[in-house]
Structures are given as structure tokens and as C-alpha cells.
Design a binder for this molecule. Structure first.
Ligand code: PEP
Ligand code: MG
Length: 554
């Protein structure tokens, strides 16, 4: 019998095959007997051997991987050997706790701490639990938990996946992925996007589909169909791969079928990514996330060092527009040298532009460096501030940016800013909507929470309504309104955003051809009609389907 489950689509495409599931995680229960003093040193050695074996296996897999996957595996291997964790485990063994229980309790100590810290730290919880399970399995002589290597192309279903599980997935063998938990910004989603594996997250009822069942995962609509009609499934897979091949070949400037121009810009974090983007279809940089290069810096880079880094991006697009975002420090992006206070709710705390309001030194030095780098460009360099909530903040920022001969703008990431977009635009020359944070703050849902994927969906009609208000404000005053959150990478949503009045789209360079291809196939009027249809719904899945029906027909 065919069963259809619904989730949140995160990577487009269609995959069909038998279900495989990750090998079970080891369970540790009961109270273990104390290790006699004479055997404690040997127990410590057992722990050290297990950790070394786990780290070696991860390193070995890193050698076989490349790019972000290799990076993830190396980081996990390093975390496994973290001396703080080892000290906690060995300390417990020293008091007679068996190695297995010592690993479990020490990990719990750290995961509780990380979960409380929230943001990027909370993301580490899955990584640490993964390391715990690998070490415990090694201690118990069990096979390593995690994703199996299936012999035939298969669909991987799981509760959630650890980075080390996802990093080595082979798109030839794992043809689609679906998870019960996990949001659009989870590790699973990021790696699946990088590998181009169709992926759906937050699927209710997924646990009921047994291994071996044939399933069809649709990363465009978010459906997972168990036991579909085979001919129908194969036809859908064929059509989806033909569409993907065609989209990847798309070249050109962003515009609709009736020549309504929409700049397609790249989101980058450094010069290398900017150069890669320049080799593709990107017409410029729509979001340079400057803080990402400094996450491991213990002290503020000098103005000269910063200038060199910014110039690396600006010079990749010598004649095109580059939008530099000033430091978005805080919350999910802690910057050591920003002097961030300890706060219970860092996402609602001193972050983004707020770090500069009382003490603008860091901001001023960054703006000096951006201005110096901009002198090396023939194209316009625009500068925008993250996390702006008030008109006064926009004015504060604009004055500093203009005094250096640069063009000021602000991000629309807070509902307050969307609601007062016209007043903000009286202070600055452009705005760019950060749909990731705008969704988080509109829906009051932590963007990293694996349990809140449905709320973290930029198709939420409330979020679309705020995009509409912002775009309309831009149209009234004749100033550009871009989108630079993940929403711009979704070809269907990109058409809706254009229909709402957005003038440019900025996304990871790899996502741009599919966005350009989709946009080139529809008129502005169709985009507007799709936008109206999406706005008329009351939930994200209905918004997506309403827009799809119109865009597919148009
Ligand atoms: C956003 O919030 O949508 C955005 C682009 O900023 P970041 O993802 O860096 O917070
Ligand atoms: Mg943001």
C-alpha cells in the first residue's frame, strides 16, 4: 500500500530506491561495578586505545573525502581527541567508573553545557554524541555505528544525521535522504546541498518505514512516498534528472522570460569563494559574510590585515557590485575579540550592529579597512549592517559609511525593520532581506533547532508578508530591496520573491544556475500571481504548492 508522508524540502531533486538506515547506536544501561584500583590504569589505556582508533578511522575517511566533507571529518577526529573531554573521562575512571560509563557521563556534562550556550555551540551536541557512540562501540567491541555502505542505490532514512555520517555520502549510492528531525540549516541539509543529494527534513511518521521498503523522496515538494507505483516513480526520477542537467547548464544574467532584470549575486565568505563565484553566473557579491573569516581569531585583525581580506573578495569582481556586510558577531557566530557579554538569550542579545552602538571602535576600523579595499575596485562597494531593528540604528550606521565614501544599506532580519522599511530606506540607499534570521525572529523559532523545521521555513506566509511589505517600501521610494538568505537559493521561492517585488537575489554560487533557469522560464506577471497565491495561504506547504501550481503552468 502506498503511503505519503510530508516533510520540509531542503535540496531539490527526486530519488527512488530501497530504504537503508544507519546502524543502531550502542545503548548503555544499568549500574556498572566499580573498577578496582589495580585495574584503573588498564581501563584508562582501553579508553585511550578506543579514542585513537575512532580518530584514526575518521582521519582515514577524511583522506578519501574532499572539500567540506573532509573538513567535517577532520574536525570530528579532532573533537574525539579533545584533551578536556579526555581529562573528564580519565578523571572518572580514576575514581573507579568503568570507561564506557565515564565516556557517557563526561559527554553528557559537555552536551548540557553546549545546549545551554545555544547557537553554534548547541550544534556541537550531535557531533559530541556521535563521538561518544563511536568510542563506546569501540570499547564494547561493537561495529562502528552510522551509515552503512549499501550495495545498490538506496534512500537513507534517519532520525537525524551526524556530520561524520553525512560527510562521506556518495550521491551515486545514496540517491536521496530524509530525516525525522533536522532543520533547513542542519548539517544534514548543508552537506546534502553540497553533494546535490535530494533531501527532505522534519518528516513526520518516517520511523514507521522499514528498511528495504521502496521509497520515492521528492526534494522539491517535501514528500516521501513509501511503495509508490514503480513505473511512475522511475518516470519522475528521469524527468527530475533531465531538469537538473538543464538547470546546471544555464548561463546568462538574471531576468524573467519578459526581460524583467533581477541581479543574481553570490554569498561568499572569502576571496576563494568569490573567485569561484566569478567563474560562474554570479553578477557580483550580494553578501560577503565578513565575520566568518574571523571566527577563530583571538584578537582583532589589524586594519591592514582586514583590508587584504576584503580586497580579496572585491578584486574577484573588479567591475561589479560587491555588498560587504559588517561583522555579524554574536549568537550563532561568536567572535572572541568582539567582547560579547554572557547572555541567556544570545540570539536576542548584543549581536550584529548592536556590538558597535556603545563602542563603535570595531565598526569604525572595519569600515576604514573596507574603504581602503574599495579603492582597488572600479565597481560599486556597498556596505550593510546586520541585525538592525530601529531607524536610529540605520542612521548611526549610514553616517559612518557615507563619511568614508561608501554606499550604506541595512539588512532586514528583524520584523521591526520590515515593518518600518520605508523609514529605514529614508536613511540608507538599499536594504537586503536576511530570510534566515527574519524567519527565526518572525516565527520565534531558533534557526538551529532540529525540532522546529516547519517553523524555520521561509515559505511561512507571515515571513512572505514581511518580505512583501519591505519590497513595496522599496518600490515606493525607488530603492533596491535584495534577498540574501537561503530563500534565494530555492528556485521556486526565488520566483515568488521576485513576484513580491524583490530586485536582486543572492545565494551560494552553486545554487544560482537553477535559480536563473527557473526565473528565465516565467514572466514577471506569473511570478506576481504565484506570490499572491502563496500570500493567500496560511501554512508553508500550502504556500509552496499554490506557487508551484502557477509557476509550473506559467
Ligand atoms: C540571514 O539571516 O538570512 C542572513 C543572510 O544572514 P546569516 O545567515 O549570516 O545570519
Ligand atoms: Mg542573519
Amino acid at each position: 500500500m502506498t503511503t505519503t508522508l510530508q516533510g520540509t524540502p531542503v535540496v531539490p531533486g527526486i530519488g527512488y530506491g530501497p530504504v537503508v538506515r544507519p546502524a543502531p547506536r550502542p545503548t548503555v544501561s544499568g549500574i556498572a561495578a566499580e573498577v578496582p584500583e589495580a585495574r584503573r590504569e588498564a581501563e584508562r589505556d582501553r579508553f585511550r586505545t578506543a579514542v585513537t582508533a575512532v580518530a584514526a578511522r575518521l582521519e582515514e575517511r577524511a583522506e578519501r573525502a574532499s572539500g567540506q566533507a573532509a573538513e567535517v571529518l577532520r574536525t570530528t577526529a579532532l573533537m574525539a581527541q579533545d584533551p578536556t573531554l579526555a581529562t573528564a573521562v580519565e578523571g572518572a575512571i580514576g575514581t573507579g567508573t568503568p570507561a564506557v560509563q565515564a565516556v557517557v557521563s563526561a559527554t553528557e556534562q559537555f552536551t548540557t553545557m553546549f545546549a545551554t550556550a545555544g547557537g553554534l555551540m548547541a550544534e556541537r551536541v550531535t557531533d559530541l554524541e556521535d563521538i561518544r557512540d563511536r568510542v563506546v562501540s569501540a570499547l564494547l567491541g561493537l561495529p562502528e555505528p552510522g551509515v552503512p555502505a549499501p550495495e545498490v542505490p538506496s534512500v537513507l532514512l534517519a532520525d537525524d544525521l551526524a556530520p561524520a555520517d553525512t560527510a562521506l555520502l556518495d550521491p551515486q549510492v545514496v540517491v536521496a535522504l530524509a530525516t525525522r528531525l533536522g532543520g533547513p540549516t542542519s548539517h544534514t541539509a548543508i552537506i546534502a546541498r553540497q553533494l546535490g543529494i535530494p533531501c527532505v527534513v522534519a518528516v513526520t511518521g518516517l520511523e514507521d518505514i522499514a528498511a528495504g521498503t521502496m521509497v520515492l523522496v521528492d526534494g522539491d515538494t517535501g514528500t516521501v512516498v513509501a511503495d509508490p507505483d514503480e513505473d511512475d516513480a522511475l518516470e519522475q526520477v528521469g524527468a527530475a534528472s533531465a531538469r537538473a542537467v538543464e538547470a546546471a547548464r544555464w548561463r546568462g544574467r538574471g531576468q524573467t522570460a519578459d526581460a524583467h532584470a533581477v541581479d543574481l549575486m553570490a554569498n561568499v565568505a572569502d576571496g576563494a569563494a568569490a573567485r569561484e563565484a566569478a567563474a560562474g553566473v554570479a553578477q557580483g557579491v550580494g553578501l560577503f559574510r565578513t565575520e566568518l573569516g574571523f571566527l577563530s581569531a583571538s584578537s582583532e585583525p589589524s586594519i591592514a590585515q582586514q583590508t587584504a581580506i576584503y580586497a580579496g573578495v572585491i578584486e574577484a569582481f573588479p567591475d561589479a557590485k560587491v555588498v560587504v556586510r559588517t561583522l555579524d558577531a554574536g549568537s550563532d557566530k561568536p567572535l572572541v575579540y568582539a567582547g560579547l557579554p554572557e547572555e541567556a538569550n544570545p540570539a536576542l542579545g548584543v549581536r550584529g550592529l548592536r556590538i558597535a552602538l556603545d563602542d563603535p571602535g570595531i565598526l569604525d576600523r572595519q569600515l576604514d579597512a573596507i574603504a581602503a579595499a574599495a579603492e582597488r575596485s572600479h565597481g560599486p562597494v556597498w556596505v550593510m549592517a546586520p541585525m538592525v531593528a530601529t531607524v536610529a540604528e540605520a542612521a548611526f550606521f549610514a553616517e559612518r559609511v557615507r563619511s568614508r565614501g561608501l554606499v550604506p544599506g541595512v539588512m532586514i532580519e528583524v520584523p521591526a525593520a520590515a515593518l518600518l522599511a520605508e523609514a529605514l530606506l529614508a536613511e540608507v540607499d538599499f536594504v537586503s532581506i536576511g530570510t534566515n534570521d527574519l524567519t527565526q525572529y518572525t516565527m520565534a523559532a531558533d534557526r538551529l533547532s532540529p525540532s522546529l523545521a516547519v517553523l524555520s521555513d521561509p515559505w511561512q506566509p507571515a515571513v512572505l508578508t514581511l518580505v512583501r511589505l519591505t519590497a513595496e517600501a522599496g518600490q515606493r521610494v525607488g530603492k533596491p530591496v535584495g534577498v540574501c538568505g537561503e530563500a534565494a537559493a530555492d528556485p521556486l521561492l526565488a520566483c515568488v520573491l521576485v513576484g513580491l517585488g524583490v530586485t536582486s537575489l543572492s545565494a551560494a554560487a552553486a545554487a544560482l544556475p537553477a535559480v536563473g533557469a527557473r526565473l528565465a522560464g516565467v514572466t514577471l506577471a506569473t511570478c506576481q500571481e504565484a506570490a499572491q497565491a502563496a500570500l493567500a495561504t496560511t501554512d508553508p506547504a500550502a504556500a509552496r504548492e499554490a506557487a508551484r501550481a502557477i509557476l509550473d503552468a506559467g
